[in-house]
Design a protein around this ligand. Structure first.
Ligand SMILES: Nc1ncnc2c1ncn2[C@@H]1O[C@H](COP(=O)(O)OP(=O)(O)OP(=O)(O)O)[C@@H](O)[C@H]1O
Ligand SMILES: [Mg+2]
Length: 501
C-alpha cells in the first residue's frame, strides 16, 4: 500500500451528483484518515447525506473517484459496500417496526446453523452487544413499541453488530438525550481504539468539536473547508456553514404578547399506561411549556396521551375549563389539539407523495370547496409555507422523499401549523434541522403562541428549551419532579442538572 493509502483509508475526489438536472454535489473532495473521526457539517440540503450515500452505494455518482484502502471502488448497492466493510447509520431510520429488536439487528445478516437461523445464537449475541455498549432495551420487544430514541439505538446496534472498517453516522444523536449521547461517544472512543474510521454528521455543534478529529464543511453542494478540529471554534464552523447568510440568535426573546390568565389546558393527575404517573400542569394562553427529561422519562407519552394515541388511565384533562375525555385522535382534533410527531417517517409524511399532497392531507376543512378540494387554495397555502419556512425544494409537485431530512421536518411542522389549533404539541420540532433554520422555526412557534395559543414542546436539546420556553416541567421515570419558571431557566446547566432526577 502506498504511504498515502496507509494514512487515508478513504479518498473521494471530484464527486459530482445531480438529481433531475439539479446539481447537489459539485466537485467535492473528502478524505478520511485511518482511525479518525471526520465530521461533515452543513445546512439542510447541503449534500451531506448524498455524499455518504454515494460512498455506500445507495446512490451512484455522476463523476469523480472513490478509493478505499488505495483501491478504486464503485459500489453498486449498499450490500456491496457492506461486504467491503462499510456501514452506515441512516438519518432516516431503516429499522422495520413489525420486527423485534433482535430481528432488526440481524436482518440480512442472520446467524445460521446449517440451513436454519440460529435464534439462540442471535439472541445471546444481541444481548452481549447491547450489554457491551450499555444499551438497555428488551431484545424481544417489537420496534414499533419503542420510542424514536430507542429506534435510533437499535439502528446503531445494528451497525455495530458486524465489524466495520468505515462507519458512517448520519445524525446518530438527533433523538438521543444527553446521557445517551455520552454513551455513544464512549462507543465511538472504543471503535477508534479498535481502528475503525468514522464519518460523523450532525447539526449539534457542540458535539462536533467534542467527537471529531477533523471537520469538513459543505455549503450548497460545495466543499468549503477541511480543517483539524483543534483549530476550529463553533462560531468559525457556523460562519463557514452559513457564508453570508444572516445569523439568527438562539436566545430567549421577551414575548411580544403577554401570557394570558386563562388556562387553555389543565392536566390533573395524568396516568398513562405504566409510563406516566400522576402528572399535573397547565398551559395558559400564549404560553410555551417545555417537558424536559431523559429518554424514558415519559415526555413523549404525555404528548401522545393528549393527542389520543395512548390510553389515559387516570386523571382529568380540561380544555378551556371544560372536562374532555380524549379517547382517540378525533377527540383531540375536535378539542383543537394537534401533535407534530417526532418520527416523520413513521407518522408525519407519506414519502412517495408530493409536497403539496402531504400538505393537503392536513388541511382538512380549510381547502374544501363543496365536495371537492380547492386545488388553487391548496397550492397557495403550500407555496406560502415553502416561503415562510424557507423549505428548499424544486417544486411542490415533487415527491417529498426528494427533500433533505431537515426540509422534510419543516414540511411536517408547516402542515400542522396551517390548521391553527389552540394547543400545539411538538415532539422534537428541530431534530435534524440546521442551525439557521432552527432559529426560524423557534420564531414561528413564538409567533404562533403570541396569537394566544398554547404550546407544549418536548426537546432533547436543552438549548432549544432555554430559547423558547416560558416554563419547563421536569420529568423523571414518568413522574413530575419539578417545575422551572422563566427566571429559573436562564441557562442550560439548570435544566441539565434537574433532569438527572
Ligand atoms: N432521492 C433524491 N431525489 C431528488 N433529490 C434529492 C434526493 N436526495 C437528495 N436530494 C436533494 O439533494 C440535496 C442534498 O440533499 P441531502 O439529503 O444530501 O442534504 P443534507 O446535507 O443531508 O441535508 P439535511 O441536513 O437536511 O439532512 C437536497 O436539495 C435534496 O433535495
Ligand atoms: Mg441528511
Amino acid at each position: 500500500m502506498s504511504d498515502r493509502a496507509n494514512e487515508y483509508i478513504l479518498e473521494m475526489r471530484g464527486i459530482d451528483k445531480s438529481f433531475f438536472g439539479n446539481k447537489v454535489l459539485d466537485n467535492v473532495d473528502f478524505s478520511l484518515k485511518r482511525g479518525h473521526v471526520h465530521a461533515i457539517v452543513g445546512g439542510n440540503g447541503a449534500g451531506k447525506s448524498t455524499l455518504m450515500k454515494i460512498l455506500t452505494g445507495v446512490y451512484t455518482k455522476d463523476a469523480g473517484t472513490v478509493t478505499v484502502n488505495g483501491a478504486d471502488v464503485s459500489f453498486q448497492n449498499y450490500h456491496d459496500a457492506n461486504a467491503a466493510g462499510l456501514r452506515m447509520i441512516f438519518q432516516e431510520l431503516s429499522v422495520i417496526p413489525t420486527l423485534t429488536v433482535v430481528e432488526n439487528i440481524y436482518l440480512n445478516n442472520e446467524k445460521t446453523k446449517g440451513f436454519l437461523n440460529d435464534d439462540k445464537l442471535m439472541e445471546s449475541s444481541a444481548k452481549e452487544l447491547l450489554d457491551r455498549f450499555q444499551i438497555d432495551i428488551p431484545i424481544h420487544e417489537k420496534v414499533s413499541a419503542l420510542s424514536v430514541g430507542y429506534c435510533q439505538l437499535v439502528e446503531i446496534a445494528k451497525a455495530l453488530s458486524q465489524d466495520a472498517s468505515i462507519l458512517v453516522m448520519d445524525e446518530p444523536t438527533a433523538s438521543l438525550s444527553d446521557s445517551e449521547v455520552k454513551l455513544l461517544f464512549g462507543i465511538i472512543d472504543n471503535l477508534k481504539e479498535a481502528g475503525v474510521s468514522i464519518v460523523y454528521i450532525s447539526h449539534r455543534m457542540n458535539e462536533i468539536l467534542t467527537v471529531s478529529d477533523e471537520v469538513t464543511v459543505l455549503r450548497d453542494g460545495k466543499r468549503i473547508i477541511t480543517e483539524d478540529s483543534t483549530g476550529l471554534t463553533i462560531d468559525a464552523i457556523i460562519d463557514y456553514m452559513l457564508g453570508s447568510e444572516e445569523k439568527r440568535s438562539f436566545e430567549y426573546h421577551e414575548r411580544a404578547a403577554a401570557i394570558g390568565d386563562n388556562p387553555i389546558i389543565e392536566i390533573d393527575g395524568l396516568c398513562v399506561d405504566d409510563l406516566v404517573q400522576d402528572v399535573s400542569f397547565e398551559v395558559k394562553e400564549g404560553e410555551i411549556v417545555g417537558l424536559a427529561g431523559l429518554m424514558g422519562s415519559g415526555r413523549t407519552e404525555i404528548l401522545e396521551a393528549l393527542f389520543g394515541i395512548r390510553h389515559i388511565q387516570a386523571g382529568t384533562v380540561r380544555v378551556h375549563g371544560a372536562d374532555v375525555k380524549i379517547k382517540d385522535v378525533a377527540h383531540a382534533v375536535k378539542s383543537e389539539i394537534m401533535l407534530v410527531p417526532e418520527d416523520r417517517r413513521r407518522e408525519g409524511l407519506i414519502l412517495s407523495h408530493t409536497l403539496k399532497d402531504n400538505m393537503q392531507i392536513a388541511l382538512f376543512g380549510l381547502t374544501k370547496k363543496g365536495m371537492f378540494i380547492d386545488d388553487a387554495k391548496t397550492t397557495e397555502i403550500t407555496q406560502k409555507s415553502v416561503r415562510d419556512f424557507n423549505i428548499k425544494t424544486n417544486g411542490i409537485d415533487n415527491p417529498i422523499n426528494m427533500l433533505s431530512g431537515g426540509n422534510q421536518q419543516k414540511v411536517v411542522i408547516a402542515k400542522w401549523l396551517n390548521n391553527a389549533p389552540k394547543l400545539l404539541l411538538l415532539d422534537e420540532p428541530t431534530a435534524g434541522i440546521d442551525i439557521g433554520a432552527k432559529g426560524e422555526i423557534i420564531e414561528i412557534i413564538e409567533g404562533y403562541a403570541a396569537k394566544g395559543n398554547g404550546v407544549i414542546v418536548v426537546s432533547s436539546e436543552i438549548s432549544e428549551l432555554v430559547a423558547m420556553c416560558d416554563r419547563v416541567i421536569v420529568l423523571f421515570g414518568g413522574r413530575k419532579i419539578g417545575e422551572l419558571t422563566r427566571n429559573g431557566i436562564l441557562n442550560e446547566e439548570v435544566i441539565q442538572h434537574a433532569i438527572q432526577g
